[in-house]
Design a protein around this ligand. Sequence first.
Ligand SMILES: [Zn+2]
Length: 404
Amino acid sequence: MGSAGNISAGVIERYIESQRSQWMTMRKAFKYRLYPTKPQARDLERTLFLCRQLYNAALQERRDAYRKAGVSLTYYQQKRSLPEIRTELLEYKGVHSQVLQNVIERVDLAFQGFFRRVKHGENPGYPRFKGQGRYDSFTFPQAGTTGVKLQKDGKRVLLYGIGSVKVKLHRPLEGRLKTATVKREAEHWYIVFVCEVEPKPLPPNEETIGIDLGTNPHFLVTSEGEMVEAPRYFQKAQAKLAPAQRSLSRKKRSSNRRKEARKRVAALHRKIANQRRDFHHKLARRLVKQYGTIVHENLNIEGLARSCAAKGVQDAGWAQFLSILAYKAAEAGRRVIAVDPKYTSQACPTCGHRERRPLWVRVYTCPGCGAHLHRDVAAAQNVLARAWTGPSGVAIPCPRSPGL
Ligand SMILES: [Zn+2]
C-alpha cells in the first residue's frame, strides 16, 4: 500500500470521470406500443391485478400498524415479507421479485408524499386503496440487468412472467437501460423504457428569444414576430372530438353502440395527445437549435391564473411543451429562463406605457410613444427583456424587475 499522499494522476482522472458522468448523464424516456397475444394480455392483466392486491395489502398493513401501535412501517420492513409472500402465494411466483419490490416502493412514496403534505400544513389526502382500473402499470426497476430483454433487433421484448411480446420501436432506443414500466392505456399496452443518455451539446449560440404562449389561433408568438400555430391536422382531430363526444352522450347506457362510441372517443383523445406531443417535440427541437437562450413566462405564478381566464384549454399543453423545451435545452447545453409574467401583456416594450386592453385587441398603437404593436409580440419582447441575457451555457440569475 502506498502512503496517503501517493494519489496517482490516473486515480484523479478516474475520479473526475466518474463525477463528470454523474453530472453529465440524464434520463430519457422512450415509450413504445406493445402487441401482446390474447393469452399474454391476460397475463399482463393478472400481473396488474396481483400488483394492485399487494399495493392495497401493504397500504392496509401500514394503516393498521399506525392505528393499533402508532408506529410507521418502513419500506425495508415491508420488503422483507416479499419472499414469504412468493413462497406461500403461488400466483406471485410468476411476478418478478423486483416488480413486487417496486409496488412496496410505490406505497412508500405515497406515504412520504402524505407526511410531507402534513408537515407543510397542506391538505394531506391519506394514501388511498386502488380500485380496479386505478392501477395501470408495473415497473421493472433494474430492467438493464434483469426481468426485461429486447430480442430480434427490437421486434420483441422478453418480459419475466409474460413471455416474448411483440413491440414496435418507432424510434431507436438510446443510452443505458435503467427501468421499464409496462402500462395499460384504455385497451392498449405500452412499455416505457427509461435510459441514461449522454447529453449532446450543440455549439454555443448567442441568439436570444422571448416567447409568449399565445392566444388562439397561435400556440406561441416570439419576440421577433414569428407566430406559431398548432398544425392543421391537430386542429382537425380536435374538431372531430366534439361531435364524437355528443354522439357518445346520445347512446343508450350499456348498449353496444355506446361501447363503440366510447372507444371512438378514447381513440380520438389518444390521437390528439400523440399529435400534440409530437408537435411540442418538433417545435422545442427547432427553438433549441436556433437560439442559445430562450425566455418564457413562468406559468407557475400569475401566468397560470391569467392563462385559465384568458387562454382557456391550451394551458395543459403549455406545461408539457415547457417541460419538453427545458429538457431538450438541458440536453443541448442551451439555456431556458422563466420570468415573472406580471404586466408583460399590458406594457409597451418601447416606452413602458402600461394599459389594460380587451383580449380581442390584437394590434394597437401605443398612446405613450406611438409605436405600432402586436399584443403578443410585445408581450414576448417584454418577457425577453425580463431576463438578463449573456453567453449561452452560463446560468445567470434573472432579476425581478419592478414593473417594466
Ligand atoms: Zn410605447
